[in-house]
Design a protein around this ligand. Sequence first.
Ligand SMILES: [Zn+2]
Length: 234
Amino acid sequence: MKRKLITIGIVLLLMCAFAFSAYKLMNARNYQLFGNITSHVDTQEKVVALTFDDGPTDKTDAILALLEDYQVKATFFLIGQDIEKHPEEAKKIAVAGHQIGNHTYSHKRMVLKSPSFIKNEIEKTDALIASIGYQQTPFVRPPYGKKLIGFPHYLHKHQRETITWNLEPDTFFTKAEEKINYVKENIQPGSIILMHPMYDHTDNELQAIEGILQTLIDEGYTFVTIEELLQYQK
Ligand SMILES: [Zn+2]
């Protein structure tokens, strides 16, 4: 009886350890089981990539105008079903010369999903991105940064880059001022900043973006796309 209890205890402990490891793996920004994943680039050069997740939405014009004012090219990880809803906005992003990434079709967590589901999420969105006139093969960013086995395996098999981030002001702060200070304090050459302006109806996020652009330009940083940033990898 005692031995049986010990065995059950050990099994439970191992299950907990496994669940914890899987959780860490699912959320890791710079590690996955298969293929390349990039959360930042190791460089001494003061370069930084600004990335926007989700959309396009009716916020696109305001975001593009702000980037135009600062002469900055950014990277937009677009959702397939949002491209279907706002194809004109998606085209404007491509025409303005920004980089476009694939953020899946439905923006579901790409964890514990079948290979055919994952394939469809990526390929349907690839086709939508191609349909707006964007020529390159898009880099991919998993929704919520979550991935486990199937998602990275598909991307590795198809030689696609997974891009995450190392600075996420929206996760920790709500006020523009706080987001700007967080980026100012934590910025390092080669950083990838994640922002979410597409569903923000307060303009708070646009103010945060403008503040980040101004602050980092004042500090001598140059904003580049993800593709340009990867060229700086040592
Ligand atoms: Zn997202």
